[in-house]
Design a protein around this ligand. Structure first.
Ligand code: UDP
Ligand code: MG
Length: 310
């Protein structure tokens, strides 16, 4: 029989856990009946300060299918997902939020896509941002536009990190050991045959979102900084531009003669020439920095999905 582990990061979710547990057990029964899939639940307590851990322990007493990891402090959702993937077992892994904003019942459709249509990775994509603050929607959309214009790793607008995938995909994601993690980007980076299932945004069942505006801003910055070194090329272009201006002024100066030109072209050659040279040097350093950045991440050079050898 195939097995699935549901990895669920939990941070101050005392108010959601009862409903979450009821729903994931209901869905796991459906998965068993319809697909012969046996489920386990792996809850990762990300340093909650409320009674989340106590509730998880009580659930564990009742249900041996439920395991938990508990962090010494709050390390963030990305860390919780990483730990959950590392400790997950079975043929398939699903990652979902504890607040039921990622409807567990979608796992049925997700698994069907893997079992019947040959996908390796199935994730949910929000079709509307209804219920979200307009300003947050605006910045979220702008983020996707910016990210996709500067980064070779493309993200789908509305992509969530709610997903179900094969063990092979989980291992590929775990092969990216970087500290600054951005799950949606990692999922996209590893490749594999991916299906996006559209769904309507749902309100969380209880409690409140853990994201502050500043937190989200840093998170999106993480998404951009983690996947592209394009901004590092800016001083190179700026330096090149300044040197061109300096060259133009120099040619003008030589053309009309120093005495007829007045002092302005001198100043332009001096200022643009010097700052252009500084910028260009900075750009050259940045080129190496960019190369080092990718080396330091220690990502695999390739990921093999299939081969004929043992
Ligand atoms: N979460 C976490 N650590 C954190 C923040 C959030 O494990 O530091 C979990 C949280 O318990 C929930 C999921 O990540 O299961 C999504 O968090 P939230 O609902 O606050 O984010 P939003 O849905 O507003 O994007
Ligand atoms: Mg939520």
């Amino acid at each position: 029989m195939s097995t699935l582990t549901m990895v669920i990061p939990c941070y101050n979710e005392e108010a959601s856990l009862a409903k979450l547990y009821a729903e994931i057990t209901r869905v796991s029964q459906l998965l068993l009946d319809e697909h012969g899939l046996s489920c386990r639940f792996l809850l990762v307590n990300d340093g909650s300060r409320d009674s989340t851990l106590a509730i998880i322990k009580a659930l564990r007493e009742r249900d041996p299918r439920l395991d938990y990891l508990s962090f010494s402090r709050n390390f963030g959702k990305e860390a919780a997902i990483y730990a959950g993937l590392q400790h997950s077992q079975g043929d398939f892994v699903a990652v979902l939020d504890a607040d039921l904003q990622h409807p567990p019942v979608m796992l049925l459709e997700m698994f069907a896509a893997i079992a019947n249509e040959g996908y390796d990775y199935v994730a949910a994509r929000r079709t509307s941002r209804r219920g979200e603050a307009p300003l947050r929607s605006f910045f979220a959309r702008s983020f996707y536009r910016l990210m996709n214009s500067v980064s070779p790793t493309k993200l789908v607008d509305g992509a969530t990190d709610f997903a179900l995938f094969t063990r092979q995909v989980a291992l590929a994601i775990l092969a990216l050991p970087e500290y600054n993690r951005f799950a949606k980007g990692l999922y996209a980076w590893v490749g594999y045959k991916t299906k996006w299932l559209p769904y309507e945004n749902v309100e969380r069942v209880a409690g409140s979102s853990k994201w502050s505006f500043v937190g989200l801003f840093h998170y999106s910055l993480q998404g951009i900084l983690g996947y592209t070194t394009a901004p590092l090329a800016l001083p190179l272009y700026l330096g090149g531009g300044l040197l061109l201006v300096a060259l133009g002024a120099l040619l003008y100066l030589l053309g009309v003669g120093p005495s007829a030109a007045g002092e302005r072209p001198f100043l332009i050659v001096l200022i643009c020439g010097c700052s252009g040279m500084v910028c260009l040097s900075l750009g050259i350093v940045a080129l190496y920095l960019g190369k080092m950045y990718w080396e330091i991440k220690g990502r695999p050079v390739y990921i093999i999905q299939e081969m004929s050898m043992e």
